[in-house]
Design a protein around this ligand. Structure first.
Ligand SMILES: NC(=O)c1ccc[n+]([C@@H]2O[C@H](COP(=O)([O-])OP(=O)(O)OC[C@H]3O[C@@H](n4cnc5c(N)ncnc54)[C@H](O)[C@@H]3O)[C@@H](O)[C@H]2O)c1
Length: 286
């Protein structure tokens, strides 16, 4: 099917998902309430694409398609007008996503696929109060989408087989490897496994078994991972891990789920990882 694709949210994920879509040859519109942000992010994606062409990861046809097929939309309404497949990638806040999907479920034809790139919110939760629940699906890309060759697909029982097949097909034509889960689970496969790895690394460090640099080195050399768990934490932001653990603790009240003291201290000191120049490692230039 020749899908017409709409992307809502043009931050670090949405801008590059829309880029992949345009590069794959789909007519693509993107909407973000912050026009300046989406414009900057699309410029960043274009510069990135040119750099990746020089490394033979993409070619000039991709750039031509990017320029020809990717357009800004002025509102969710105008974006939704003629689309067959919509991917939402706005902030990870349930109330914002619910508002967007309730609007989409009203204004779009029942055949239109409604996908979310959310990292933790399941399509079933998003579809709860919407009509035509058979078209809701999680389509989870990885950062940065232009480089990361994976899309996890997950869906509730209400989703139709056709919607799953169309989502797999769109992901594949964007050049991504597809993994389709059989059941919904928070964090899908990768973030669930990553959380277990990071938790255990923090435990080892907290028990004084080894320095964090040595734990990272052991995982990189012993398991052949490109980054260690502390480096990954620094890149994704220590606040993300801290607030995720706090949320779990508030639900379970199990002291084992409370964020580690060393992590709490880093949050208090404003050392949130690469984005602030310091986390476990120091990224400030001399
Ligand atoms: N960053 C990651 O590593 C990553 C990886 C996979 C999935 N995700 C998921 O992707 C989604 C977006 O994450 P991100 O990192 O791109 O965030 P981001 O903060 O870079 O971008 C979010 C964008 O949403 C826009 N926005 C907010 N409310 C809006 C609304 N009502 N209408 C239109 N636009 C709106 C903001 O202006 C912003 O540009 C989240 O659900 C996140 O869980 C993130």
């Amino acid at each position: 099917m020749n899908e017409k694709i709409g992307v809502i949210g043009g931050g670090q994920m949405g801008s590059q998902i829309a880029s992949l879509s345009a590069m794959a040859g789909y007519q693509t519109h993107i909407f973000d309430q912050d026009v300046e942000n989406v414009t900057t992010k699309l410029k960043f994606a274009e510069d990135n694409l040119k750099n990746l062409i020089s490394k033979n990861i993409y070619n000039e046809d991709h750039l031509k398609n990017f320029k020809k097929n990717l357009h800004l939309a002025e509102s969710i309404h105008s974006l939704a007008e003629d689309k067959t497949f919509i991917i939402e990638a706005v902030v990870e806040r349930l109330e914002v996503k619910l508002e967007i999907f309730s609007q989409l479920s009203e204004i779009t034809d029942s055949e239109v696929v409604l996908a979310t790139n959310s990292s933790f919110i399941a399509a079933s939760e998003i579809a709860k109060d919407c009509n035509h629940k058979d078209r809701f699906i999680n389509m989870h890309f990885f950062y940065p989408p232009l480089r990361m060759d994976l899309v996890e697909i997950s869906y509730p029982e209400s989703t139709s087989k056709e919607v799953i097949l169309r989502t797999q097909s769109v992901g594949r034509s964007m050049g991504r490897s597809i993994v389709t889960l059989k059941k919904e689970t928070p964090g899908f496969i990768v973030n669930r496994m990553l959380a277990a790895l990071v938790d255990e690394a923090y435990e080892l460090y907290d028990e004084g078994i080894a320095d964090f640099e040595d734990i990272d080195l052991a995982i990189k050399k012993g398991l052949n991972h490109p980054l260690g768990p502390f480096e990954i934490s620094d890149y994704s932001g220590l606040d993300i891990h801290y607030y995720a653990k706090l949320k779990i603790y508030n639900e379970t009240k199990n002291p084992k789920d409370y964020p580690k003291k060393f992590l709490e201290k880093k949050i208090e000191d404003g050392n949130l990882g690469v984005k602030t120049g310091k986390g476990f490692y120091d990224y400030k230039k001399d």
